[in-house]
Design a protein around this ligand. Structure first.
Ligand code: FES
Length: 487
């Protein structure tokens, strides 16, 4: 009987990205059984399964850790109550596995005994026949032990991961993520880049209501929102008030497009103004913990100071950290908000956020190779899209081409290089100065042999039409190109 693992867990164990595992499934190298893969098939495909845990996953985790708020040490491990339940479940698995092995050993020894009896009755040469038979059984048993040793190693690592993190699957989308430490179901889904419905994050509004289909959860805080007795009996819960004890399957509503994200008005604080270049600032904004901004990567928000200065800007950070936002501002004397920032704010400065706006967002659930072209400050929304793509871990590959008018090293170049260094499926190229269209097209050809598979996102060009026509000429489908003009 096959020992099955959900694809997310299988990718974790093999130390590869989920996008890479899905590519092997698509090309027929690995088969799936109702969305899960067989451990033995996984070992055949990845015989060097990395049991020390230093694979792609850890690299992705590091990058995500930079894009997300840091957890305090005591929040990074599950609560004692959850740990006890998970250890109990792993203990039961171990007990069943031991029982099976014991039965198997008994069966082998019974077979040996029976054959001995049969041989004795037939008055054959017991010594010779029995010796041949036992040799055969020992060899078969050895082969079985060798193959099950690799599977046991994988299962051991999987058991450890089960103690530290619960696997969550959402229906009907099939999205999967891991809940680590003391996160709630909602916090873990947001960290993973999913757009689950939510509002207050503190148990008041009921927007994060979901139905438990399988598994065990633990309520971590009281909530004012009242679930009816009927809802409770149907398994409904609030994702912002519960954590997972075991692996869990939930029926939950998710935003599918920018139109599904409600307009919000949030009073937040500008905590830091970071100078990236003489004419470029990065605002670090913190929302209240109980009223974070729900937005999709690539969207913009309107920021207004208490004195009335206002501006509309793309968010330059990942929606997987909806508490801490970053906004890139280029000096612009015609924009009173930007002027106020360059003149000097008294920090922390209160700012009102209204939004989000725009539909320059990643296409839902695609695993195609992604190509991002960021021209000058168009890197702001592109950064948000890339961090979201890394969080989702679905894309077969991610390529970034940055184009700058000036020949000097572009701002946040180190960040782009760290993505490229850390991720096997990420590449980064910078075209500077008097770049030519042909040079860009050559770069696109170089990153993808088959441009028709590419999904392309372009930001920062005032008039992208000539570029779009040339890209379509390369074989990229028009419907697979999204762009955002920046005037
Ligand atoms: S987000 Fe409001 S109740 Fe959970």
């Amino acid at each position: 009987m096959p020992q099955l693992l959900p694809t997310s867990r299988a990718a974790r164990l093999a130390g590869i990205s989920r996008g890479e595992l899905q590519r092997r499934i698509r090309t027929g190298d690995l088969s799936t059984f109702e969305g899960s893969v067989d451990i033995n098939e996984l070992i055949k495909l990845y015989p060097e399964i990395n049991l020390d845990g230093s694979g792609m996953l850890e690299k992705v985790r590091d990058i995500k850790a930079n894009a997300r708020p840091k957890k305090r040490y005591e929040e990074a491990i599950p609560s004692a109550e959850v740990l006890v339940s998970r250890l109990k479940a792993v203990g039961q698995d171990l007990f069943h596995a031991r029982t099976d092995i014991h039965r198997l050993e008994k069966l082998v020894s019974e077979i040996k005994g029976r054959m001995q009896e049969i041989c004795a009755k037939r008055e054959c040469d017991p010594k010779q026949e029995l010796s041949a038979l036992t040799q055969w059984i020992d060899k078969a048993f050895q082969t079985f032990s060798d193959s099950s040793k690799s599977a046991a190693n994988v299962r051991a690592k999987d058991a450890f991961m089960r103690i530290m993190a619960a696997h969550i699957k959402l229906l009907p989308s099939g999205h999967e993520f891991f809940l680590e430490g003391q996160d709630t179901l909602l916090a873990a889904s947001v960290r993973s880049g999913l757009y689950v419905n939510y509002g207050c994050t503190k148990g008041n509004c009921g927007s994060c209501k979901a139905r438990l289909v399988e598994g065990e959860v633990h309520q971590v805080r009281d909530h004012d929102y009242i679930l009816s007795e009927h809802e409770k009996s149907m398994g409904y819960l609030l994702m912002c008030s519960n954590t997972a004890v075991t692996d869990v399957v939930l029926e939950a509503a998710e935003a599918e497009s920018a139109a599904d994200i409600p307009q919000q008005r949030i009073r937040a604080a500008i905590r830091k103004v970071e100078s990236l270049e003489e004419d470029l600032r990065l605002l670090h904004i913190t929302t209240p913990r109980t009223h974070t901004l729900r937005f999709m990567a690539g969207q913009s928000i309107r920021l207004t100071l208490d004195q009335g200065e206002t501006t509309l800007q793309p968010v330059a950070s990942c929606p997987c950290d909806s508490l801490n936002l970053q906004i890139l501002l280029r000096r612009n004397d015609a924009d009173p908000f930007i002027n106020a920032v360059f003149t000097g704010l008294e920090l922390p400065e209160t700012v009102t956020l209204v939004g989000p706006e725009g539909d320059f967002v990643l296409r839902n659930d695609v695993s195609n190779p992604l190509l991002f072209i960021a021209v000058d400050d168009g890197f702001a929304p592109i950064r948000s899209l890339i961090e979201h793509a890394i969080s989702m871990d679905n894309a077969e590959s991610v390529q970034l081409i940055r184009i700058t008018r000036e020949t000097k090293t572009p701002f946040l170049d180190g960040l782009c290089r760290s993505w490229s260094d850390a991720l096997d499926n990420f590449s980064y190229r910078h075209l500077a100065g008097d770049w030519q269209l042909e040079q860009l097209l050559e770069s696109v050809r170089a990153v993808q042999e088959n441009p028709s598979a590419l999904h392309l996102y372009i930001a920062g060009l005032a008039d992208p039409q000539p570029l779009l026509e040339s890209l379509i000429g390369l074989g990229i489908e028009r419907e697979n190109i999204r762009w955002q003009e920046i005037g």
